[in-house]
Write a protein that binds this ligand. Structure first.
Ligand SMILES: CC(C)(COP(=O)([O-])OP(=O)([O-])OC[C@H]1O[C@@H](n2cnc3c(N)ncnc32)[C@H](O)[C@@H]1OP(=O)([O-])[O-])[C@@H](O)C(=O)NCCC(=O)NCCSC(=O)C[C@@](C)(O)CC(=O)[O-]
Ligand SMILES: NC(=O)C1=CN([C@@H]2O[C@H](COP(=O)(O)OP(=O)(O)OC[C@H]3O[C@@H](n4cnc5c(N)ncnc54)[C@H](OP(=O)(O)O)[C@@H]3O)[C@@H](O)[C@H]2O)C=CC1
Length: 407
């Protein structure tokens, strides 16, 4: 682009000649990042050169994944498995990629996968799908609120046409109104196929809002009214779902539980009831599970998902029962798992490689099948993690595992 060097660019920023966040207009993205590293390093009075060791072209990330880039953070990547999955979209044996810094986590999920295999594999299904955006409108009073709700019910086809004019993949599934005095929230829900879909549905909903403002007396206050609900703990996602609702289960013979996990089905079932159900209820929690967030976060990082959405991904219920035959039935149901195999961070090379480990990179055939397969893989990882941790609590191995592997 130019013959600018990190040193010369940094100098021009110091002189007030160019702005810190506009360096890419004066040099290629890697040089710009190096110039920023110099400036940050001076202010911090620290050697941060290690942040410049990254495996992608800065130009691929700048503008669509990050601003003010100075480098990259590396997170160790492990794998658990391969684990056998009988899914609606994912079938066969897969290694699960897990990016984490928590020692013992991969070992635990790996143990869970190995025991799931001994039991013949896990079953997984996506049972509901739909990404939401819920704008908030101001109306005069509750009479006008009711009029808006009626208008929306009568004009869903027009809203669909407006919204879908912005995307070739997204489909508007429904619009659910919620009235609070002179506030009307409209929760738009879309099939976003293989995309996680937040950009897609935000753009599409904006178009629908324009149609509503043109045809009614309502005024748009905010395109996101928090009833969506994105990146915040919220019961609506736990109840209604958001992104994919996905479940996985396994039935494990008693002797496998005893030999491989050093505990008994009844013990795991009791711990699940007293800890995951009663303990979480008493705590006022939304997550009735032990550590589903661990598998979700590690697989989100490994596959280029939006890490802030681990909040919703932790809306999961684990159930465990000793069957009449004395075996263990275990399930995990994640209500709101927001995942994609196209868009967002999925295109960065190391994250795309994470998707390749699972065989779900890019658009699926049919569209949406790769997104479903990724959700099923994460649900099976969560199931394996729940199994291993509940067993470690049953055999009283949690603290020794973490002193051996985690410090
Ligand atoms: C650590 C284990 C697995 C040992 O478990 P073990 O049964 O003593 O280990 P083992 O040596 O007999 O090996 C059994 C299997 O574990 C796996 N395994 C064993 N070691 C490794 C290793 N180094 N690397 C990879 N895989 C390993 C491997 O699959 C192996 O089978 P194999 O392949 O040998 O046939 C077990 O004690 C365990 O899983 N503990 C639970 C740890 C755990 O789940 N931690 C999760 C994080 S805790 C947290 O973040 C949340 C929390 C706890 O606060 C939430 C809450 O409130 O509940
Ligand atoms: N805007 C916001 O409010 C928020 C944004 N985000 C960010 O949004 C990003 C994710 O948004 P998202 O819309 O998923 O990604 P992108 O904005 O990257 O868009 C993905 C696009 O890929 C196209 N596409 C190609 N093949 C497929 C396929 N098989 N299935 C579905 N779409 C396909 C679609 O284009 P087309 O629509 O033309 O068909 C789709 O809109 C992340 O970076 C996330 O961090 C997160 C939270 C909020």
């Amino acid at each position: 682009m130019t013959d600018a060097t990190p040193a010369s660019l940094a100098e021009r920023v110091r002189d007030g000649e160019i702005r810190f966040h506009e360096l890419e207009e004066h040099a290629d993205a890697d040089i710009a990042a190096a110039a920023r590293r110099r400036l940050v390093s001076e202010t911090a009075d620290a050697d941060i050169d290690v942040l410049g060791e990254y495996a992608f072209d800065a130009a691929d990330a700048h503008g669509s994944n990050v601003e003010n880039m100075i480098g990259a953070v590396q997170v160790p990547l492990g794998v658990a498995g391969p684990v056998a999955v009988d899914g609606g979209a994912l079938d066969g044996e897969r290694y699960l990629p897990l990016a984490t810094t928590e020692g013992a986590l991969v070992a635990s999920i790996n143990r869970g996968c190995s025991v799931v295999n001994d039991a013949g594999g896990a079953t997984a299904r996506v049972t509901k799908s739909g990404m939401t955006r819920a704008p908030v409108f101001r109306v005069a009073d509750v009479a006008e609120a009711e009029a808006l709700v009626s208008w929306v019910r009568d004009n869903e086809a027009a809203l669909r046409e407006a919204a879908e004019s912005t995307t070739s993949h997204g489909e508007l599934l429904d619009v659910t109104p919620y009235v609070v005095g002179n506030n009307v929230f409209l929760r738009f829900r879309y099939d976003t196929k293989d995309a996680m879909g937040m950009n897609m549905v935000t753009i599409a909903t904006r178009e629908a809002c324009d149609a509503i403002e043109a045809e009614t007396d309502a005024s748009l206050v905010a395109l996101s009214g928090n009833l969506c609900s994105d990146k915040k703990p919220a019961a609506i996602n736990a109840v209604e779902g958001r992104g994919r609702s996905v479940s996985a289960d396994v039935e494990i013979p008693r002797e496998v539980v005893e030999e491989r996990l050093h505990t008994a089905p009844e013990s795991i079932a009791e711990i699940n009831t007293r800890k995951n159900l009663i303990g979480s209820a008493k705590a006022g929690g939304l997550g009735f599970n032990a550590h589903v967030a661990n598998a979700v976060a590690a697989m989100f990082l490994a596959t280029g998902q939006d890490e802030a959405q681990v909040v919703e991904g932790a809306n999961a219920i684990t159930t465990a029962e000793a069957t009449p035959e004395g075996d263990l039935y275990l399930s995990v149901s994640i209500a709101s798992l927001e995942v994609g195999t196209v868009g967002g961070g999925t295109k960065l090379p190391t994250q795309a490689a994470g998707l390749d480990v699972l065989g779900v990179r890019g658009g699926g055939d049919p569209a949406g099948s790769n997104g479903d397969a990724l959700a099923e893989a994460i649900a099976v990882g969560a199931l394996a993690g729940e199994l291993s941790l509940l067993a470690a609590l049953g055999s009283r191995h949690l603290s020794s595992a973490h002193s051996d592997l985690g410090r």
